[in-house]
Write a protein that binds this ligand. Structure first.
Ligand SMILES: C[S@@+](CC[C@H](N)C(=O)[O-])C[C@H]1O[C@@H](n2cnc3c(N)ncnc32)[C@H](O)[C@@H]1O
Length: 203
């Protein structure tokens, strides 16, 4: 899907996702020292806004202008400020070593683009910074609920470890995790890939 497809998907006043932050983001950032955070492909801003509410200096990037307008409204509604950047994350990159936390939540590009994407954003981590990747897992296709129905855009914790290898990051967590989802047909279970990696204070 290109930015116009996403703009159409986001069209309208209703949030297509939710205003609630992702549960794994909430648990994984607990205990981290507040600083600057980049939310990559931030969509309607639920995670960036929640992080701003926790005292992080938040920036969200997404190529959908419609999503970013909704994100700015969500921030205003919550009385927090955040910066919003309209850019294509396959070509845009953060300044090297600039963010204390970088979050990629449910960013599903074709597999040939995934490794470069993960390495580009790992490069944006300040010394001591944390990279958090949360995504629908490949296993979700057969054993879980929701998410994109294409194996090519799904990935496992091991895929992310492989993407990040050789960068000198410490992988602190790489797990398949279960998320409970309320659907029209009752409670379902989604399988997510969760990876948390930290850049050492000195490389
Ligand atoms: C499934 S949504 C996830 C939104 C948000 N991270 C969340 O968890 O609520 C995926 C987002 O990726 C964005 N996206 C997809 N490809 C992109 C690209 N090449 N550059 C920038 N954003 C992109 C879409 O606009 C969409 O907002």
């Amino acid at each position: 899907m290109n930015s116009e497809d996403w703009n159409q998907r986001y069209d309208g006043d209703e949030l297509i996702w939710t205003a609630t932050p992702n549960q794994f983001l909430v648990s994984e950032v607990e205990g981290l020292q507040r600083g600057s955070v980049l939310d990559v492909a931030c969509g309607e801003g639920r995670n960036a806004v929640w992080l701003a509410l926790q005292g992080w200096e938040a920036t969200g990037v997404d190529f959908s202008s419609v999503a970013l307008e909704k994100a700015a409204k969500l921030a205003a509604h919550n009385n927090v400020t955040a910066s919003w950047i309209e850019a294509d994350i396959t070509t845009w990159a953060p300044v090297t070593s600039s963010f204390d936390l970088i979050v990629l939540a449910y960013v599903h590009l074709p597999s040939e683009a995934r490794g470069k994407l993960h390495r580009t954003f790992a490069d944006g981590l300040a010394p001591g910074g944390t990279l958090l990747i949360i995504a629908h897992s490949l296993e979700n296709l057969t054993n879980g609920f929701g998410g994109p129905p294409s194996a090519d855009v799904l990935f496992s914790p091991d895929d992310v470890i492989s993407d990040l290898s050789g960068l000198g990051l410490t992988v602190e967590k790489a797990e398949l995790v279960t998320r409970t989802v309320q659907s029209d047909d009752g409670e379902k279970h989604a399988l997510d890939t969760l990876v948390r990696a930290r850049r050492p204070l000195s490389l």
